[in-house]
Write a protein that binds this ligand. Sequence first.
Ligand SMILES: Nc1ncnc2c1ncn2[C@@H]1O[C@H](COP(=O)(O)OP(=O)(O)OP(=O)(O)O)[C@@H](O)[C@H]1O
Ligand SMILES: [Mg+2]
Length: 246
Amino acid sequence: MKNPQNDSNRDALVEARGLMRRDAQRGQILLHPTDFALEAGQRVVLTGPSGSGKSVFLRALALLDPPDGGELLWHGKTVGRTQIPSYRRHVAYLRQRPALIDGSVEDNLRYPWSLAVYRGSAFDAARVTSLLNAAGRDRDFLTRDAAELSGGEAQIVALVRVLQLDPEALLLDEPTASLDPESARTVETLIAHWFERERAARATVWVSHDPAQAQRVGERHLTMRAGVLSEAAGAFIDNPATGAPQ
Ligand SMILES: Nc1ncnc2c1ncn2[C@@H]1O[C@H](COP(=O)(O)OP(=O)(O)OP(=O)(O)O)[C@@H](O)[C@H]1O
Ligand SMILES: [Mg+2]
């Protein structure tokens, strides 16, 4: 199916070709066959009405839900079944409501390193402390009980858990939607630091319902409507940089 000679997106980190998702029960199409390429250095914002398929698309892109059609390429190669854990390490999905395991913050941050895909690398306390400091938290935060964290704190833990693994792409599914403004800014700051550290090799897709946030976190704007992904004509409403209508 793949023909490198005709591959116009050889530089894409992640590329979807005809990616499709159906409702397994009713057979209804949730995501119509979708072509999409995420290039290194890109920050993409995805907007669209509730229920239009933004999460379906992002989860398919993260290979959290198996595609019902099409294929997904990573650095120009189809992601085979055995590569999925490695792919998910590098193309990480962050959901709106973080799922933490029972135990302390440190238990949560150590958890990924217990998985087979991370064999050969280890928890780096200095790196984690530096990420927590950037989020305005000190070492004591590591001993907090995960079950007692606020929503904003839990999201910071989920984000640090992902960032310590040095992903190359982040798929961000409304990661700040249920957070207070201060926690939301902290999450944005952490993600911005990660991106700026190696801008030429990293990329994000950020789903947001907040136009002000959309302006801050992306330059390329996609919209989803009834399971159909489109490139938006302009950047964002009221974007003085482009003056373009949406
Ligand atoms: N696994 C699934 N099986 C069946 N239907 C699903 C599945 N996942 C999502 N849907 C349906 O697909 C549609 C799109 O859902 P999705 O969660 O992607 O919306 P969304 O654009 O992310 O909305 P929101 O902005 O509210 O998060 C909805 O009608 C939803 O009920
Ligand atoms: Mg959603």
